[in-house]
Unconditional design. Sequence first.
Length: 326
Amino acid sequence: MKTYILQLIQKSGLLSELQSDTIYGHFCWRLKERLGDEKLTEFISLYKNEKPVFILSDGLLQFNGEVRFPRPYIFSKPEIKETKAEKVLEFVKRKANKERNYLTITELNSFLNSGEVIIEEKSEAEQSKRSGKRKIPLVTDALRVSVQIDRNTFGSSEGRLFSYNPKYTREDVSYVVLIKVIDDLTYKSFECESILKEVFKVGFGKKKSSGYGQFNVGEIREFNSFIEPEDANAFMVLGNYLPDESDEITPMGYEINTKYGILGEEYSQSENPFKNPIVFLTAGSCFKTNSTKKFFGKISDEGKISPAKKEVVQFGMPFTLNIKLS
């Protein structure tokens, strides 16, 4: 297996989160468009039969050439201090560490091999305080307003004013998506690299037909910075995760996200375009396991996601990293 990284530089505002299951969904639409229904059915069946072609992470931020990884939902117990001064210093240190919701690659590799989160570098907020400079967020929201046009009068429709908040990154910030290729031959036969790039060139998420969610797409290059333990007994997810019975997991720390999705592309014009609510375990969640699988998670069963389109499924096989717990 090889790990790759895809860099994405925003061309327009983003109205949908770059979450792994949503990226899979966009990929499937583009695959169907290029290779047809039969190839799409074949691709999905591989995941159903636990033979995934590749697995994906959520979109992660990259700043100054450093990828920011989600902080694991694991917190160490505070050390017992004797004096009041030591207790205060310990409290201040832990408070500062909690301000960091991400890990650097060095901190992440340390965690993977020890099971402990140790923050080595100061957060950007702390650095800004020390330098006296105002912190500029890496991602900001903007307010946009649109009005529906009445096709009869060609004027504004009464009571049809809408507002939305696209996200924009700073000029020195980009997104990256991690890709772990499990079956290289099948990956190439399905033209996966080209289709993944097309997903972000065409547009991602809400209002992509209006120009939102478009990216300048970089090359997919190999990423060899992870140092995973060989004798792992746990794992961390970097995307939305649906546990499978064969994963044999015991939760260590996790967060959930309940999604109320809408069908995409031409399916959005269905009589009932709304998906059933689905609960994911999110990036940063960690689990002990007795399994020796190279991937974790599952694809949802047909008929459980959409009342209108029984063939619709949801991908819950995210990018994972192995952890060694002492």
